[in-house]
Design a protein around this ligand. Structure first.
Ligand code: ARG
Ligand code: ZN
Length: 428
């Protein structure tokens, strides 16, 4: 088994890039922080402009919050001039995303065959192909059959089987559950990596036995597999699914595709937009698969956490608008602060706890609001590392967080997941 693992592990092989691999040579990320209404309006107008159609990595949310704009080299000069005219002070956060995208390929560790995956020697501090993420959870289920099992939530558009791990001892009475998913946005690689780390903690550390006798934990570590694979092999900046083409553009934002307040806010009807909500709610099989699992389990699932990046935020519903809160919002805030404290205690990282619509930006049709709408009590979108960073160029990463940050990110996130698990165990 050991030698098979060593032979199977092909740590330095780069994925084969086809002719159409997007190199992003010279692309940059420009940050501005609007401090006045006028400045805010200027960036907001730019973010809504169909003519320029920049990918806003971080769309305008409110005054004094950073806005990150992903800019092609042909546009950057013009963009900077435009921002400066509005008395904004653009800072280049990433100078050459192409270089970063190339480096990202080095951070992927892939197995030749999933038979070779031994959970004990799995490298949690590398990024992995979808097949290996599935291979890992299959191997975990095989190794710990008394309390771990695997099932499918359905296939992706391109026929990738999306599997879900259930961790928890069988019980004669119905158990409450925590549900965690990751990877709904393809390029947010830190999310699946964090989910795998958490699985490993729960299955290998016997101090969680009582917890796992009391509750079930579901982890779906990669729920947009087509997008994820596309982000690994073709386009490091890919966010959406891979449906289409529609008007020559591929993909729907699966986190705008859920049937609750669909297309009400922060969503686009333009198939080429990064926040395209799709032709109809649940047009995307990946969102439908998730819904089809959550709805029949809405009586036992007491907490739903969806892992994203970036921003270092703990966000609770409602996200479809500002100033809208569920009736039990104080419970959500209370657990949100427990999660905040749990994270801070590890490496000192301070997340922002807030309502999605207020703290970030209104965006409807997301999986968090949908989960809340079907009666799941504790619902959070967790935006993992990085945070804003300081103002130094080239020391800050966005979605392309280097693999060396998986460990600290996962280490500090795990206690927050545990805070949610404990709440599920203890109620209400
Ligand atoms: N970054 C996530 C997105 O844009 C945040 C979602 C927060 N939830 C919400 N319902 N707005 O999809
Ligand atoms: Zn996301």
């Amino acid at each position: 088994i050991i030698s098979a693992v060593i032979i199977g592990l092909n740590a330095f092989a780069l994925p084969k890039h086809s002719e159409d691999y997007v190199t992003y040579h010279g692309y940059s990320v420009i940050r501005v922080i609007p401090h006045t209404e006028d400045q805010f309006k200027l960036v907001q107008k730019l973010s809504e402009s169909l003519k320029y159609d920049f990918d806003f990595w971080k769309p305008p949310s409110k005054l004094n919050k950073p806005v990150d704009i992903f800019s092609p080299p042909t546009m950057t000069r013009q963009l900077i001039v435009h921002l400066k005219k509005g008395s904004l002070m653009p800072v280049t956060k990433i100078r050459d995303f192409g270089k970063r995208a190339a480096e990202a390929q080095m951070e992927v560790s892939s197995y030749k065959s999933s038979d070779a995956i031994d959970p004990d020697s799995f490298d949690f501090y590398k990024y992995h192909p979808f097949a290996d993420i599935m291979g890992y959870i299959q191997a975990v289920a095989q190794k710990y059959p008394s309390f771990v099992s695997i099932s499918s939530i359905g296939k992706s558009l391109q026929n990738r089987d999306t599997q879900l791990l259930k961790i928890g001892y069988p019980s004669s009475t119905a158990k409450n559950a925590l549900f965690i998913d990751a990877g709904i946005h393809a390029r947010e690689w830190i999310a699946p990596a964090t989910a795998l780390y958490a699985i490993n903690q729960w299955v290998t550390n016997s101090s969680y036995t009582d917890l796992l006798k009391a509750i079930d934990i579901y982890v779906a570590p990669s729920i947009n597999p087509d997008g994820y694979e596309y982000s690994r092999t073709k386009d490091r900046n890919w966010r959406k699914t891979r449906s289409g083409p529609r008007q020559n553009c591929y993909g729907v934002d699966p986190n705008r595709n859920f049937a609750f307040k669909w297309m009400v806010a922060g969503s686009s009807s333009n198939p080429c937009s990064e926040t395209y909500a799709g032709p109809s709610p649940f047009s995307e099989i990946e969102a439908t698969n998730l819904k089809n699992f959550l709805v029949p389990h809405n009586d036992t699932i007491k907490a739903y956490l969806t892992l994203h990046s970036y921003g270092e935020d703990i966000l609770y519903p409602w996200g479809y608008a500002t100033g809208q809160y569920p009736p039990d919002v104080n419970d959500l805030i209370a657990l949100g602060h427990e999660m905040y404290n749990a994270i801070k205690a590890v490496h000192g990282t301070e997340y922002t706890v807030g309502d999605s619509g207020d703290a970030l930006y209104p965006a409807s049709g997301a999986s968090d609001d949908y989960s809340k709408s079907i009666g799941i009590k504790y619902v959070y979108t967790v935006e993992l590392r990085p945070g804003d960073g300081d103002n130094d160029d080239d020391q800050w990463y966005g979605f392309d967080l280097p693999a060396k940050f998986i460990k600290p990110t996962a280490e500090e996130t795990f206690p927050a997941l545990m805070a949610a698990a404990n709440r599920v165990q203890n109620g209400p």
